[in-house]
Design a protein around this ligand. Sequence first.
Ligand SMILES: [Zn+2]
Length: 325
Amino acid sequence: MGVGSVETFRGPVDPDRLGVTLIHEHIFVRDPELELNLPDGEWDPSSAVESAVEGLTDLHERGIRTVVDLTVPGLGRDVRLVARVAERVPVNLIASTGWYTSNVLPLYFRFHGPDRMVDRADPLIELFVRDIREGIAGEKVRAGMLKVMTGEQGLTEDVTRVMSAAAVAHQETGVTITTHSHPASRNGMEQQAFLSERGVAPERIIIGHSGDCEDIAYLRELMDNGSTIGMDRFGMEHVLSDDRRVRTVAALLELGYADRMILSHDAAFYSHVTPPAWRARSAPNWRMDTISRKIIPMLRDAGVSSDEITQMMVVNPRRLLEGAA
Ligand SMILES: [Zn+2]
């Protein structure tokens, strides 16, 4: 791994080659235990791979060059399956590490760790650092992003443990942390404070899902403190319309925040939570091509310049993805 290179499924790439980047997406969101016991008729690994290959190839034709897969454990991460997609598409795919839980971790973690029944180093820290340094699950794919979440329940004991482990892994590796925040409770501030107290510079934090929120004062405060905010749910109109999402981005650009926002969809080619048939019916624009097809023209109509779009889709993602130690 050369200095300044960025890890992808197919190995390190020069940051200059990242290009237009969707920095918060999911290839497949799954639950292996549910698949064994309560299978979803819509899940078929081979056809899921085909639809991801098709979708990512189409994105490349639309100018997208890099997609970050923020599917971490807790969301059914399976790098071997995603690698089958990565080897067939022209876009760079970036893997991530962390743990997705809004409340409790799997039972294993209650009994493994410092001063626990199986007294040992925290397996979460081990996992995150190994994913970044050596590769995920014995594969050569290294993680290029850390991902944590706090939900409505806030900093539960286990969520605190995940967030602390991510801060340690960040200090060891320099990899940027993306959060899943719950903007309705403005908890991005709490995430920012928690992580900065543990040595993570706010500049290396993306407060994810901030685009669900229209509270300009709150969003400015996150950015004034140094973080980038994720305007990362375009097409998720069952939560907030794209019109209103675009209006917030345009308002913040007018206030000079182009270097503090990223644009993405938080979409997936398959998710057992929101299976393809449900999406087609209830969230037809929640797809990874919505920014290219629909949102960029809307931003242009709102007076946004191509420099500002390049800043949010090329320059900011590059800054956040490069510079890992
Ligand atoms: Zn996500």
